[in-house]
Ligand binder design. Structure first.
Ligand code: SF4
Length: 342
């Protein structure tokens, strides 16, 4: 139940923690991705312009002059709205909250490409200047296997349309989404697409499979094999190494990501970021397990924290406990811990 006098959806991107949240749609118009349970039990619906405008006015009264600089339009895809309706909502928002500098939304490639370039330009001029796009992978095969419903071509086309209109774009990539078998293809093809579109921001998210998702049952049937934590760092290394000729900000920025310090601007920080991944990959097996467990349990924040002897010993006690129970279960433990933070 909402504790505010206007409707709010269940999620927002990490970067929108301080934003005003206005709900334009309920749920996701696609709702079929095998890794996603976000809107699983929610029927998709468009909200009417009248309803959303009423919410904007209720939020204005509720926040009583709070000078919001950013606003995020919930839920899954505001581009399913008719262009005129979306523009009317954006204009109302900017009048009600004149301090807004940024209005953002999720944008689904397959929906965005149904707009014309002039629609995109009009939407940008009405105020929508930032998009979060879940491309997840640049590999057609991986996208098809996880039922993402988008293609590398539609990702590239929609990202170009957004860019040409003047919008900032963030592309989300899921590490491990190709499983163990398509890991290399996932990294290489994702880098190719990112190189084509040169997004403003690239955000990594390490896979954690939600119970009840399609992918979860595929794992149970042996149809999808999760890569190990180390495998996913190698995958990331390959992806990062292949990013060429772009000027994006690249970041592991969600607590589910193992090496949060791998973040920076491309191309300037590429070598520094690769060096961090290499430092992890060159650890002994015992140190890798110690670091991953310590990081996942919250003892470590950065790779260098492993040099703290006291913390290392504390984590090692936990490592030994797991070893005594079942020395093969580390990856399962790591995955369980990842699932708790997504
Ligand atoms: S990942 Fe995005 S597009 Fe896919 S079902 Fe979830 S919200 Fe919808």
């Amino acid at each position: 139940m909402n504790s505010v006098p206007f409707e709010m959806g269940p999620i927002r991107p990490v970067d929108e923690a301080d934003s005003l949240l206005i709900r334009t749609t309920r749920g996701c118009p696609w709702n079929r991705c095998s890794f996603c349970t976000l809107y699983k039990n929610m029927k998709f619906s468009l909200r009417s312009v009248t309803e959303v405008k009423k919410d904007i006015m209720a939020a204005k009264e509720y926040f009583n002059g709070h000078p919001f600089e950013t606003c995020f339009l919930q839920d899954g895809d505001s581009f399913v709205m008719g262009t005129k309706n979306l523009i009317e909502i954006l204009e109302t928002l900017r009048i009600a909250f004149p301090s807004l500098k940024r209005i953002s939304s999720y944008g689904r490639a397959q929906t965005m490409i149904k707009k014309t370039s002039s629609d995109m330009k009009d939407i940008f001029e009405a105020g929508l200047n930032k998009l979060y796009c879940g491309m997840e992978s640049g590999s057609a095969l991986v996208l098809e296997k996880v039922k993402k419903g988008i293609t590398p071509e539609s990702i590239i086309k929609s990202a170009r349309m957004a860019k040409e209109a003047g919008m900032d774009t963030t592309q989300f990539i899921i590490l491990g989404l190709g499983g163990k078998h398509l890991s290399k293809l996932h990294a290489i093809e994702t880098a190719k697409v990112l190189n084509e579109i040169n997004p403003d921001y690239i955000r990594l998210l390490t896979i954690g499979v939600k119970p009840g998702s399609g992918l979860d049952s595929q794992i149970a049937k042996g149809e999808f094999v999760l890569p190990s934590e180390t495998h996913m760092i190698s995958e990331q290394r390959l992806l990062l190494e292949r990013l060429e000729g772009i000027k994006s900000h690249y970041a592991n920025h969600h607590s589910v990501d193992l090496l949060l310090e791998v973040r920076g601007s491309l191309p300037t920080d590429k070598d520094r970021m690769l060096a961090i991944l290499d430092r992890f990959l060159s650890l002994s097996e015992a140190d890798k397990i110690n670091f991953i467990l310590g990081r996942r349990l919250g003892y470590y924040r950065r790779l260098s924290d492993i040099k703290n002897d006291l913390q290392y010993r504390i984590v090692e006690k936990q490592v030994q406990k797991i070893r005594r129970t079942d020395s093969d279960s580390f990856e399962q433990v790591f995955h369980d811990l990842r699932r708790q933070v997504i």
